[in-house]
Every structure is written in C-alpha cells, then in structure tokens.
Design a binder for this molecule. Sequence first.
Ligand SMILES: Cc1ncc(C[n+]2csc(CCOP(=O)(O)OP(=O)(O)O)c2C)c(N)n1
Ligand SMILES: [Mg+2]
Length: 437
Amino acid sequence: MTAAATKIIQPLPLNFTNTTPRSPDKALFHPLKTTPSSSFPASTHKLRLTKPNSTLARRRSTAVFAVSDVVQEKKPKSNTFHPNLLITKEEGLELYEDMILGRSFEDMCAQMYYRGKMFGFVHLYNGQEAVSTGFIKLLKNEDCIVSTYRDHVHALSKGVPARAVMSELFGKTTGCCRGQGGSMHMFSKEHNVLGGFAFIGEGIPVATGAAFTSKYRREVLKEGDCDHVTLAFFGDGTCNNGQFFECLNMAALWKLPIVFVVENNLWAIGMSHLRATSDPEIWKKGPAFGMPGVHVDGMDVLKVREVAKEAINRARRGEGPTLVECETYRFRGHSLADPDELRDPSEKAHYAARDPITALKKYMVENNLVSEAELKAIEKKIDEVVEEAVEFADISPHPGRSQLLENVFADPRGFGIGPDGKYRCEDPKFTEGTAHV
Ligand SMILES: Cc1ncc(C[n+]2csc(CCOP(=O)(O)OP(=O)(O)O)c2C)c(N)n1
Ligand SMILES: [Mg+2]
C-alpha cells in the first residue's frame, strides 16, 4: 500500500490541523454583536462561513448572505420600549419558560430513570435547548416537526403536555402514544409531532413527505391557506447517512416547505464529528443542493431564533427548503446508560460555560427586560408542572393486554383485537358475518 493510500484511510487524530489555505473567514452574522461564532475545541477547524469562490457557489449562496444581512439589520418594530433588542419582554419570558421546562423535565427524567420508572434507552437534551426553543416556538400548531430519539423536549416545545410525555416515558396509557412508544417515539397527531425515531435519519424522509403533503394540498388540491412548514431535527452523525442527501435533493428539486435543522453537538455517541465527516462544515451541503446553508451558534437562542425566522418564513412563502447547522453541545452522556467518559473535561467545561439558559437570563436582566424575581417565578411554576407530571404518570394505569398488538402489525383482516389480546379473525369461532368490531 502506498503512503498516500495509508494516509487516506487513517482516521483523523483529535489534534488534526487543517493546513489547506482558506479564504478569510466571515462569521455569518452577529445579531447581538457578541463574540464571533466559536470554534470547536476538539479541532482547529472553525465552523464559520467561508466566502464561496466560484460564481456558481456565489449565486447559490446568495440567500445565505441575505439571511445574514437581514439579521444584522433587524430592529423589531413591536419592541417600542427596547428598540435595539431582538425580543420583547413577552417573547423573552416565553423562550425562558420553554427552555427551563426542557431542562427541568430532562433532569427529572434522569432521576426517574435511575429509580427504575423507565425502561430502555433514554437520551436527554440538556444543553441543546436553544435549538428546540429557538425554532419551535415560532411555529403554528398546524406546522409539523420530526425529531430523533432525543425527542422529549421537541415534543414539549411543540405543546405536548409534560404529563403526556412523562406518562409515555413511564409506559402508561395516559402517555401521548398510550405507553406504546416510550422515550424514543414521541408522537402527537393533535400537535403535529410526527415522531421521534430510534433509527438515525429515519425521520428525515417522513419530514420530507409531510412537507410534500403541504405543497400538494396548496398547489394541487388548491387549499390556498395551507402554508404549513415542517421542521426536521437530527444530529451531526446522521448527516453522514444516505437519507439526508436524498431528502435534501428532493426537497430542493420540489421546493418543499421544510427546514433541515442539524443539531451539531460534535459527537455521535463516542465518535467525534471531526473524525467521521470529510467536510465538518455541514451547512455547506445546502448550497451543494441549491438551497441556502446557514451556520448558527446553537447555544444562543436569540441567534437561533433569528435564523429560524428567516428559514421558516422562506418555506412558508413557498421559496423552498433551508439547511441550518446549529453548533451546540449535550451536557450529559449520549444516553442515560452512557458513563460519558470519552469526552475531554475541558471540552465539556468550555460548553458548560456557554449554557444557553444562563446566557438568555443574563441578556434579559442586563437589558432590563425582566427582573430576577420574574424569572424565579417561572422556575417555580415549571418545577410544579414537572412534579405534577411525575405524579400523574405514577398513578396512571399500565396498558391492558389487549393493547399489546395494536399499531404493531397490520391487523390481517381488519376486524380488530379481542379482550384476550389476539386478533379476532384468528379465533376459531370467528365468522365475518357475526364479527363485532
Ligand atoms: C440507522 C442507525 N444506525 C446506527 C444507529 C446507532 N446510533 C444510535 S445514536 C447514533 C449516533 C447519532 O449521532 P448524531 O446524529 O450526532 O445524534 P446525537 O445523538 O448526537 O444527538 C448511532 C450511530 C441507529 N440508531 N440507527
Ligand atoms: Mg451528535
């Protein structure tokens, strides 16, 4: 084997240095005029926007820079008392409450899991709240979301009651999937939460299909008011899967109303993103398919929200999909079964210091949008919501035997399941004429 070939098949060492000359970095936007987007400490790669060189790339990336310009010039008109801020007091309180709910809920899940109240894998979202809140709080109920196995907080942000999510985790009938889905399969038709998915990448085609439905209803069935948007959330590791590329292609080709939201938390279980991906700047894959690609600081809910507004509105206006890469970090192990011994303590400390909840709190208090007391009141209210969710889940009944096969396999002949948990049509005494469904 030649030396060159050997070099190619070697995984990148953690201290990999990219020596390729690059054009000057240009951070995408700085809506809060804070520090430029950070680099990932696991590598010398900086996940910043690099100006595209070719004319084609420039043409395709125009929308990326347009997002940037809009964000920099943003001055919300409604915010009469704080004309230089990106949010009103009400908006700030809503964002804070949603992030606190996500964090407190997940902390409670950890406690309940270790007390044996939940079974199977449980993946928590601590640290990534700015992404769920920054995007989902901008949606209408009719808009759809699709998540991964790290899905509790997306469901909460979309309005699924905490008690329904907790009960689902406890495997109880009062759960949002009647206890049949569990942690990785949150679903709510009422809230248009189209699922958590245990298989990585599996939700992306479902989200693409949902976006196709909206377009079909609007353009073929002539439902003029159907401007629904779908958000697909997934991780950095998932972007190496085929479905990601296939769906980007299809969504761009058909100009579907979808936003692909990558939650790049640097790790896919124990595999560093920088060792697994040929070009770690995921946002660049958007322009490759003819859609805008945006990189945003996923630890800053206000920045995420500004990018989300642009991408969601673009989809709603019928202008097609956007790929948004949110640079974020999970504060706990991959799942509650993971002792989290692989990640460097200094990397963890770096991101812990950028906690998105603390950052929003600081921003609002320093800009006199809210008082500490108002934030404390929200924290107290959410504590009660989460406590109540646990009590509710605890006293709720387990599903009966008859539910065992429901929604698992297609009922062979459509006559339902009897009280013994077996298909009615399999009963030797069954006849179609007397079947009672
Ligand atoms: C199709 C498939 N292959 C492999 C796995 C095993 N697996 C579970 S989580 C995971 C890593 C995914 O990482 P990422 O997309 O970055 O999401 P994160 O867990 O960081 O949120 C893998 C490979 C799986 N669930 N599905
Ligand atoms: Mg990841």
